[in-house]
Design a protein around this ligand. Structure first.
Ligand code: GMT
Length: 384
């Protein structure tokens, strides 16, 4: 089977998940074609003969204050579908991938070369950006035009049905983690460098957008540090980074925090962590928390969105109301202040991560692909 995967190539969760899915499918013998504007961040780990990358180029022109990415994307889709003889297109993140796919399909229908497409909803395409009135009509239409829709959590499915008039079933296929790549490796030398006096290590990974409440991470750390010797590693970059760095300086705790920026070898950093902090305003799933759990790292998170579906209270960590910094700090102190207790939570974290192991989840996508292709072929035959 030849599958086209359309995604954002960035470090964001939807792009990461799409890339991991493509890699997993190619390992199983599928031919996978990534279509996006830059090589996806996680694609450069090793050469795989079943993986192709088609770059969407958006030619510049002085008239274009806003270069028409969606048009270039739809044209690239047409080109790749026809020339590579794809069987299916899988879109990650509705905007603008689903509407571009609809457009591409209208072009292909003229020549009888159209193929089905599946849209996977990831979160902010529904909870933040998608329901904005500027985008909502196109998002609703193109989601409904998809041959199948998937959401990464039960909560996201509910949110989608609450905000959009969806006429089709939404399949919930949770995100997954590759525990052969995400595990606690022996990185004692890193730990020695970053926490030479045996301090506890707390980690946060995100794109530093407002929805992540990065300031809360630093405030939680400030309280923890008063009780327990600790260091904080901040991974990622985005609009709130400079403000939060300034905040840490003004709180006089900057020397105990490392802002490491975007990093590719996340599992190596997670290998030396004791606790993962994710105090987001909303989170449809929280893939970064799952990857932390796979590396034996328990999670302090908020209780919004899909987070309660992966982080289990008192087992893999704790969940608190959004903005309840005191509760999150108290939970962190409770977990970090006793070695045996921390070990128990680490065990709980990895056991929870195993429920989302890639071998359990990939077959759900494979099953859906087969169903969608079969239904599309029988509809096409009926239409002749
Ligand atoms: O979290 C982000 O801002 C990135 C965003 C994305 O679409 O790239 O992540 C969303 O998709 C991830 C993968 O399915 C989920 O794990 C994240 O929870 C979700 N983010 C939000 O809902 C805020």
């Amino acid at each position: 089977m030849k599958i086209g995967i359309v995604c954002y190539p960035t470090f964001g969760g939807s792009g990461v998940l799409a890339t991991e899915l493509g890699i997993a499918l190619s390992d199983k013998g599928y031919e996978v074609h990534f279509i996006t504007y830059k090589q996806p961040a996680r694609l450069n780990q090793s050469f795989n003969p079943n993986i192709y990358f088609h770059e969407v180029k958006v030619p510049a022109y002085p008239l274009f204050d806003f270069p028409p990415y969606e048009t270039a994307l739809a044209s690239t889709m047409v080109n790749v579908i026809v020339n590579q003889k794809l069987d299916l297109l899988h879109l990650h993140y509705a905007i603008p991938h689903a509407s571009a796919a609809y457009f591409a399909r209208q072009i292909l229908k003229k020549t009888g070369k159209d193929i089905p497409f599946i849209t996977t909803l990831h979160g902010t395409d529904i909870t933040l950006v998608g329901k904005d009135v500027t985008y909502a009509p196109v998002v609703t239409f193109s989601i409904n035009e998809s041959d199948a829709i998937t959401a990464v959590s039960d909560n996201l499915k509910e949110e989608t049905l609450r905000h959009f008039k969806i006429e089709k079933d939404i399949h919930v296929i949770p995100n997954f983690v590759d525990i052969k790549r995400f595990f606690q490796a022996d990185k004692e030398h890193f730990k020695q460098m970053l926490a030479p006096d045996g301090e506890r290590i707390l980690v946060h990974v995100s794109n530093f957008r407002a929805v992540k409440r990065v300031g809360d991470v630093v405030k939680i750390f400030e309280q923890v540090r008063k009780e327990i010797p600790a260091k904080l590693l901040m991974i990622g970059d985005g609009p709130d980074r400079l403000n939060v760095e300034e905040m840490a300086r003004s709180m006089d705790i900057y020397n105990d925090i490392r802002f490491l920026g975007k990093q590719e070898q996340i599992s190596e950093i997670l290998s030396i962590a004791d606790l993962f902090l994710l105090p987001s305003e909303t989170e449809s799933f929280g893939l970064s928390a799952l990857e932390a759990m796979a590396c034996n790292v328990p999670v302090i998170s908020t209780n919004t969105g899909g987070l309660p579906e992966i982080n289990v209270e008192g087992v893999s960590g704790y969940l608190s109301n959004v903005g309840d910094i005191d509760a999150m700090a108290q939970h962190a102190i409770y977990m970090l202040s006793d070695n045996d207790r921390l070990q128990q939570f680490k065990k709980g974290a990895i056991e929870q991560a195993q429920k989302f192991e890639k071998q359990r989840i990939i077959p759900m996508y494979e099953e859906l692909y087969k169903e969608v292709i079969a239904a599309y072929k029988s509809n096409s035959v009926a239409a002749i």
